[in-house]
Design a protein around this ligand. Structure first.
Ligand SMILES: [Zn+2]
Length: 94
């Protein structure tokens, strides 16, 4: 099972996965008074928007199909040990 870095929507449980270039169509770098490394997520399922810090991105075990399409739903992903996160997956470009 592949491991991908992602952020889960707290409202509907949809997990949004970054691709290996650190990109996702629903995730964008944010200019924020909270400081650098803030990102925004627009959930395409429930339409909720949220902000999160780079450190909120976690590695999840997902199916190969989920990694290809860039998302997984509740019950289709498992959080894995945070220490294996490859930092290079997260783009800090704004
Ligand atoms: Zn959602």
């Amino acid at each position: 099972m592949p491991i991908a870095l992602g952020i889960a929507c707290e409202n509907c449980g949809r997990l949004h996965l970054l691709n290996k270039a650190g990109a996702h169509p629903n995730i964008y770098a944010k200019v924020s008074s909270l400081g650098a490394d803030m990102f925004g997520l627009n959930c395409n399922v429930c339409k909720m928007a949220r902000s999160f810090h780079k450190s909120d991105l976690k590695p999840y075990t997902v199916s190969a199909d989920a990694q290809v399409v860039g998302h997984a739903d509740r019950g289709e992903y498992v959080l894995v040990n945070n220490s294996i996160r490859p930092a290079s997956w997260v783009k800090t470009k704004s």
